[in-house]
Design a protein around this ligand. Sequence first.
Ligand SMILES: C[S@@+](CC[C@H](N)C(=O)[O-])C[C@H]1O[C@@H](n2cnc3c(N)ncnc32)[C@H](O)[C@@H]1O
Length: 274
Amino acid sequence: MAPMGDNVVVSNVNLEKLLSMKGGQGEASYANNSQAQALHARSMLHLLEEALDSVHLSSPEVPFVVVDLGCSCGSNTIYIVDVIIKHMVKRYESSGYEPPEFSAFFSDLPSNDFNTLFQLLPPLANNGGSSMEECLASNGHRSYFAAGVPGSFYRRLFPARSIDVFHSAFSLHWLSQMPESVLDRRSTAYNKGRVFIHGASDSSANAYKKQFQTDLAKFLRARSIEMKRGGSMFLVCLGRTSVDPTDQGGAGLLFGTHFQDAWDDLVQEVPSQH
Ligand SMILES: C[S@@+](CC[C@H](N)C(=O)[O-])C[C@H]1O[C@@H](n2cnc3c(N)ncnc32)[C@H](O)[C@@H]1O
């Protein structure tokens, strides 16, 4: 939390408790508004498969465990997990091994609409001990055991050395919190009440940069404990073309100024309701 006092314009609420994509399967839901992410993820499949080619093939006696961090509540996560598992099955088979059983953990903040995600999951194919080949041949079915894991990826989520593959796409740009100094009127990093850094001062940009570095270090530390030896991690992060962090380009205008306008409208509406 930000220090309390006259100089702080907004208390630093815990983003983890608030943040979520729009749940359900309605017109405005994440499930129906994530085609751009789907398109970009598909364009990177060759890189994902390259990363998977370096994963150590563990004993078929032990389940192979895949995790999607920041899975949200649409079908992109289901698609990617399916790609990962199918690729690993091929690798086991081409190496002359029987593929193991697969587990997939779909992880996001507790406020994520896991109910919608679970409803989108295809039924489990492994019905009464059928073989992996039969599972994969049964279209419209999944060949892995699924579970949801609520929690922030900036902390530990899994037991030590239990995960073979971590995947995370379009999620790591969400910081764990607003940097306190951008909310503090006394600080040179004070961002004048704005909710974005497009066109902000170098100090404000640096405060966000520091927060990102702290968060990313926590993320990597937690994963380094949780990953099995020989495991792999594939991260897809949003970027920008300019070296200047205060120039967020088109996305800065879309996610910055438009959000700011919407936020200002909401703030103005509150007093008029009383
Ligand atoms: C834009 S969605 C991406 C969903 C999915 N990976 C895709 O490609 O469609 C970003 C997700 O990251 C999640 N997220 C943000 N901060 C998080 C955190 N600290 N821990 C876990 N998930 C987080 C959000 O709740 C959201 O569901």
